[in-house]
Design a protein around this ligand. Structure first.
Ligand code: NOJ
Length: 750
């Protein structure tokens, strides 16, 4: 049986390789007919923002045959119109490739990626991007600048919201799931688009958490922490990779040959096309790296950038000149064009460059997409605290409920950053969701209480229509604050929503503090002082300082939950859904602790972690992997199927997990390992497996995990290579990164 399967699989692989060769040949034949200017055009991508002078500029460049790709068009009429311009105006009739930031949905908005990662459910994540791809493809988009798979360990960095958090293992699983979701089994699959993981590489480690700032990483950190999600995305077949903005170890990523050629194409075996980040090539001169635009273009191309993404005035228009001056070779130029054309061929654009505008409307309005977004919001929520079983609320024993907070009734903010094609009338706010669910028996009173303050420096995204809703008229701060406290006092229970506005997180949204913005903390204190049971909902994309929420009995992290956020949250609050998400990062107590990570290296007297600051606990507020449920779980019978293996071998770890509570609920079994000694210092724990399971009350299930060379290897700074070392290994399995149930095994020399 397996043999037949293997034979069929290798036949498919052979066919795919033949296909690859044919596609490459077709692309190369086209390139052979092209002038240097036409080649440069294929390597140029412009923004098409339907306002202002950029629009005219891009249109006249398309007419002149100087554009190979566009970004930011999501209207099927427009993609068709522009595509027509391109295929009718370029000599070789080469269609445009349309890219877009399809980050967590196009029209149907899913929870932000950090929330999706908190589901610890790769199948759910894959399905989400699958839906996003279908919506995008229907409007004429061929390529998503996603997933963002930068490891982020400093929550001051606003882009932590776009990724999967601090851990390379979880990050790799989420990266691969998203690539599969966008692309399907192969590039060009129906209703799928090209996936472009970003930003290569190390962008998440910017100094001080300041966006775009320089990054300095050791080889060990790169290989063990920052590169694994990229390796996973490439292995999953990603057709594109976007390079990062910043300099890595002193060399700008877009001009970094070692990074793009040696690592990405060499070690990771990437064979798609590489795009720069927006203006990343022109910026090589800003970095004081390139002399001028021509030098930027020549050095970016030589380093491994195939396509330049630019607002206007692309540096790559200088490529013909650079070629004439022998600053680039014809072979390097042609190879880049071949890669871009291959993508267009695979997407079937030469045969069918247009989309069916009527069908687009049906796809975007598909109610099944909204249903999937609701399930995703339910599965991503993380229950951080639930003292005295305050949650779930019971409509039967409640007569009145106070809903408080700016973010409880903020349809734009609940969608989070990185959405552009949303429909506000489809967004179910927290307040609307609660009202619909509570039913006529529960009186729901809302008070905004505080208005979150605007950013000190405006967001670059504020220019996008609908992105910055105006503040409500006649907001009288003192009266609104008092009203909120009065509404709380008059109710049986309070649901208060705190967090950050959608523009306080994301690109160009780093913060020097993790405190709740505005007067939210003050309002929370006043509401808690009423003595009413308070359920705190946190709407966020980064951990916030919650030390002052000490007297709040229940905290549920709902992230920016997306289109169906209110419906999902209401189901969670009233017990029709049970929280099962887990934190994808260690939640710091205070910004001064940053970075705080669970997989730190052991060092002097590690047992006395509390002594690392004299004024503050060193442990996080909540550990990595943490999250409660309305049920309870117990882990038992941890066994390793053999006491020792030779390096390179594989063993199986099993554990029994039992639902010891009264509700059907989910638990995420997490496996951590620790190598006791080796050629380099090893982290005190590292995640190496996880499974999210649903169990009936009283039900027990035995779960199996495999540990082999992929899980046991690491990049040793001493050996300057990947190693699996003879050592004693600890293994723990449990519901978070502080799991206590453990066993050991040995790895012996080969
Ligand atoms: C800049 C961002 O860094 C990148 O992630 C995004 O895809 C591009 N702009 C295009 O919007």
């Amino acid at each position: 049986m397996t043999r037949i399967f293997l034979m069929i699989a290798s036949l498919f692989a052979l066919a795919a390789r033949a296909d690859d060769a044919a596609i490459r040949k077709r692309a190369a034949a086209l390139v052979a007919e092209m002038t240097p200017e036409e080649k440069a055009a294929q390597l140029t991508q412009y923004f098409f923002i339907p306002i202002g002078p950029l629009k005219e500029m891009a249109e006249s460049e398309i007419r002149a045959g100087r554009v190979g790709a566009l970004l930011f068009v999501a209207d099927p009429k427009e993609t068709n119109r522009l595509q027509k311009l391109a295929v009718e105006n370029s000599r070789l009739k080469i269609p445009l490739l349309f890219g877009f930031d399809v980050i967590h949905g196009l029209r149907t908005i899913f929870p932000v990626p950090i929330g999706m990662a908190a589901s610890w459910d790769p199948a759910l994540v894959e399905k989400g991007q699958n839906i996003a791809a279908a919506e995008a493809r229907a409007v004429g988009i061929h390529w998503a600048f996603a997933p963002m798979i930068d490891i982020a360990r400093d929550p001051r960095w606003g882009r932590i919201v776009e990724g999967a958090g601090e851990d390379p293992y979880l990050g790799s699983a989420m990266a691969a799931a998203q690539v599969r979701g966008f692309q399907g089994p192969a590039i060009g699959s129906p209703d799928r688009i090209i996936s472009g993981p970003k930003h290569f590489a190390g962008y998440g480690a910017s100094l001080g958490g300041r966006d775009y700032d320089e990054v300095n990483l050791s080889d060990s950190e790169l290989w063990n922490i920052y590169l694994p999600p990229f390796a996973a995305a490439v292995k999953a077949g990603a057709g594109n990779v976007m390079s990062a903005y910043m300099g890595l170890n002193g060399v700008p990523a877009a001009g970094n040959r070692w990074l793009l050629a040696d690592i990405l194409r060499g070690a990771l075996k990437f064979n798609g096309f590489v795009v720069s980040d927006a203006n990343g090539v022109v910026n090589l001169a800003t970095h004081r790296f390139a002399r001028d635009a021509r030098d930027s273009a020549a050095r970016a191309l030589a380093a491994g950038i195939d396509m330049e993404m630019a607002f206007t005035g692309a540096a790559f228009t200088n490529l013909p000149d650079a070629l004439a001056k022998r600053e680039i070779t014809p072979a390097v130029l042609d190879a880049a064009v071949v890669r871009v054309l291959e993508a267009k061929i695979r997407m079937g654009l030469f045969e069918n460059p247009f989309v069916d505008e009527a069908r687009a409307t049906t796809v975007l309005g598909d109610p099944a997409h909204r249903e999937a977004a609701r399930v995703a919001a339910e599965r991503s929520a993380v229950l951080l605290r639930n003292e005295g079983g305050v949650l779930p609320l019971s409509p039967a024993s409640l007569k009145s409920l106070a809903v408080i907070g700016h973010l409880a009734d903020a349809p734009r903010d609940m969608l989070g950053p990185w959405v552009f094609d949303f429909r506000l009338d489809e967004a179910v706010t927290i307040l609307a969701g609660i009202r619909a669910k509570a039913g006529p028996g529960v009186r729901v009173e809302y008070a905004r209480g505080v208005l979150l303050p605007p950013r000190k420096f405006a967001s670059p995204f504020a220019m996008i229509p609908g992105n910055s809703p105006p503040p409500p008229p006649n907001f009288e701060p003192a009266a609104e604050f008092d009203k909120a406290v009065a509404v709380a006092r008059a109710a049986d229970a309070v649901v208060m929503v705190v967090g950050e506005l959608q523009d306080m997180i994301g690109e160009a949204a780093s913060r020097s503090s993790l405190e709740l913005p505005g007067r939210q903390q003050e309002l929370l204190d006043a509401v808690v002082a009423t003595g009413k049971p308070v359920v705190l909902l946190v709407m966020n994309g980064r951990p916030l300082d919650l030390r002052a929420a000490a007297k709040v009995p229940a905290i549920l992290d709902i992230w920016y939950p997306g289109t169906q956020g209110g419906a999902a949250v209401a189901n969670l609050l009233f017990g029709d859904a049970v929280p099962g998400g887990k934190l994808p990062f260690s939640w710091p107590r205070h910004v001064g602790q940053v970075p705080v990570i669970y997989s730190r290296l052991a060092s002097h007297d590690p047992a006395k972690a509390g002594e690392r600051y004299f004024n503050e606990e060193s442990t996080p507020f909540y550990p990595f992997g943490y999250g409660l449920s309305y049920s309870t779980f117990a882990f038992d019978k941890l066994t390793v199927d053999r006491p020792s293996i030779a390096a390179g071998g594989t063993l199986t770890v099993s554990v029994e997990v039992r639902n010891t509570g009264k509700r059907k609920a989910d638990e995420v079994a997490q496996l951590y390992i620790h190598q006791r000694y080796g050629s380099a210092a090893r982290p005190i724990r590292e995640l190496k497996g996880f499974q999210r399971v649903t169990l009936e009350p009283g039900e027990a299930r035995t779960l199996k995990f495999t540990l082999g060379p992929d899980e046991l290897r690491y990049w040793s700074a001493a050996k300057k290579d990947w190693v699996v070392e003879a050592s004693t290994y600890d293994v723990w399995i449990g519901g978070d990164s502080t799991a206590q149930l453990n066993a050991t095994f040995e790895v012996t020399g080969k």
